[in-house]
Design a protein around this ligand. Structure first.
Ligand SMILES: [Zn+2]
Length: 558
């Protein structure tokens, strides 16, 4: 499993310094973490991990729910992400002036919405006058419910902010949903209360207003963005059967249809304690922190684990292709199916990612950017669009002006052929392993990074120690493994290609390098998680979707 591609890339800059650090054996790191980590499965099934790190009087946490947009019900795509938005809307005690009154008002909104949708979606015999009246009744019910909460908009975020919380953030991706921020260490109990409360009794208040925010997100990130449209269609083409073919943000008709009741049902089904991992990393003693965390998180009622089985993607037997003609930066992407993270070859794919993409010595950068000078950026990476299920190993290239997407494909295929036919060098293999250790050590350097990694590995493998196991396994990767896996994976019949072709010289055709760079960033952001940085600014201006999306894109590697 590849841990955070974006983070790894930024780490490369510091590599020179980290090589000295990582002469420290990974097994020693594992042993040192063993001493500082406490794990407890609460009676309701929730896993709590505490890591003592007495460096600064702060802590970071990471709540991981092992359900993402893959779990969106049929006809309700975007629901996992929609619930993530609702988790910031407060509880029965936060964000309301009178919950008993609000509860009745919110139930009326649902009744009115159901009546409106039933008339709207009639296959035959829709009564337009009746529809209008039903829509008005629904809007009136929303206005009545808002009176209970309107003055307390964003109270949850305001409490976090006023108590010194920083970096309040969340993301939804295909595989999971996560929530995280940091607090002064003397706010541990307040945090335990706040974080557990939103999963004990979330309230679907202002659902339809927030749904409009999500629809606007979709418009900005996908419908108005050529790279966004390309990736949506590319994934829909590459995955015929598995839910990876559906966008995390959701199809527009689903967004215009699902209800607050649907979001509550999603929560009830998937936000089950046994499906959640909470990690805290900071300056406290586990023996003191665990009882506090247990006291509050034990309030989440136990429910049965959901059945998360999905359709398995059948083998692909012939090349597929998506071509968009746009007045925008051309772009080339191709993807090859590979097995999920449990594959014994998982670390071979990590090694291939490093070989192809890690930094300016990587093969694709050297060939396409430095030597041939045909692309502004080129990389190959595993884990698209997730890694819990069989996924894609993808290649991406952004042509420089005057060069075609066909040249991108040809140059990438030449590099793939080299990996299939010739062993990589001793130096390359050594560097892959050195970087894997360095990247691991560096990724654990911050409380945030450590909390994220521990949660992810605990959820995926059932044991946080696999964080070190994955690096130990990369040590065992051989040159023959790399050739074998490249030959098995990178075949024409297993390939899906997606391109944006420039559709003629309209005004504003992208030529300047800054615009090309923008195209690359947009393309990369699109393939990553749907992330929100709910900064203080965004909280004060909840309608500032543009700002949120911008920040979200920048933090999108998380
Ligand atoms: Zn969102």
């Amino acid at each position: 499993m590849r841990f955070r591609l974006a983070a790894l890339k930024t780490l490369f800059a510091c590599l020179v310094f980290s090589i000295a650090l990582c002469s420290l054996a990974v097994s020693q790191d594992r042993a040192s973490f063993e001493k500082r980590i406490a794990v407890k499965k609460l009676a309701n099934g929730l896993t709590v991990i505490i890591c003592e790190r007495p460096e600064a009087p702060v802590f970071s946490f990471f709540t991981l729910v092992d359900a993402g947009s893959v779990q969106d019900p049929l006809g309700k795509t975007g629901l996992a992400h929609m619930f993530e938005h609702m988790a910031f809307k407060g509880t029965d005690t936060i964000g309301t002036r009178d919950y008993s009154g609000e509860k009745v008002a919110l139930a009326k909104v649902e009744d009115a919405y159901a009546a409106y949708i039933a008339e709207r979606d009639k296959a035959v015999g829709r009564d337009e006058a009746k529809l209008k009246a039903l829509e008005q009744a629904w809007k009136d019910a929303i206005a009545a419910a808002d009176k209970f909460s309107a003055p307390y908009n964003n109270e949850f975020g305001q409490i976090v902010e006023s108590e010194g919380g920083a970096g309040m953030n969340a993301f939804t991706d295909y595989d999971e949903t996560a929530y995280h921020y940091s607090f002064p260490v003397n706010r541990l109990e307040l945090w335990a209360y706040l974080e557990s409360s939103r999963f004990v009794h979330p309230v679907m208040r202002q659902f339809y207003k927030e749904r409009n925010v999500v629809i606007e997100e979709r418009r900005m990130r996908t419908d108005s963005s050529p790279p966004g449209r390309l990736f949506e269609q590319f994934l829909a083409e590459a995955f015929e059967a598995h839910p990876y073919h559906r966008p995390t943000i959701g199809w527009i008709s689903d967004l215009n249809t699902f209800s607050a009741t649907d979001a509550q049902n999603f929560f009830d089904t998937y936000y089950v304690p046994a499906n959640m991992v909470v990690v805290v990393v900071g300056d406290f003693k586990a023996a003191e922190a665990m009882p506090v965390i247990e006291k509050y998180f034990s309030r989440i009622p136990a429910r049965p684990l959901p059945d998360e089985r999905t359709t398995t993607e059948p083998p692909q037997n012939s090349e597929r292709r998506v071509v968009l003609h746009e007045q925008s930066q051309p772009l080339y992407v191709e993807g090859y199916h590979r097995p999920d993270f449990r594959s014994p070859d998982d670390q071979v794919y990590d090694a291939l990612t490093d070989l192809m993409s890690d930094g300016r010595t990587s093969r694709l950068y050297r060939a396409l950017v430095r030597d041939k000078q045909i692309a502004s950026d080129a990389e190959g990476f595993t884990g698209l669009p997730g890694n819990k299920y069989p996924q894609l190993f993808a290649f991406l290239a952004v042509p420089l002006p005057g060069h075609t997407t066909k040249e991108m494909g040809d140059a990438i295929h030449a590099e793939i052929d080299r990996v299939k036919k010739e062993d990589i060098s001793d130096d390359e293999l050594k560097m892959i392993k050195t970087r894997a250790r360095a990247n691991l050590i560096r990724s654990l350097g911050s409380n945030e990074g450590l909390a994220n990694a521990l949660a992810l590995y605990q959820a995926r493998y059932g044991d946080w120690r696999e964080l070190f196991g994955s690096v130990e396994r990369i040590e065992k990767v051989t040159k023959a493994d790399i050739r074998r896996v490249a030959n098995a994976t990178f075949t024409e019949g297993n390939r899906t290609v997606g391109v944006i072709e420039f559709a003629g010289a309209a005004e504003g055709a992208p030529q300047a390098s800054s615009e090309i760079e923008e195209g690359t960033s947009a393309a990369k952001a699109t393939v990553k998680a749907d992330t929100h940085n709910r900064s203080a600014e965004a909280l004060r201006h909840p309608k500032s979707v543009a700002a949120m999306s911008q920040e979200g894109s920048q933090g999108g590697g998380q």
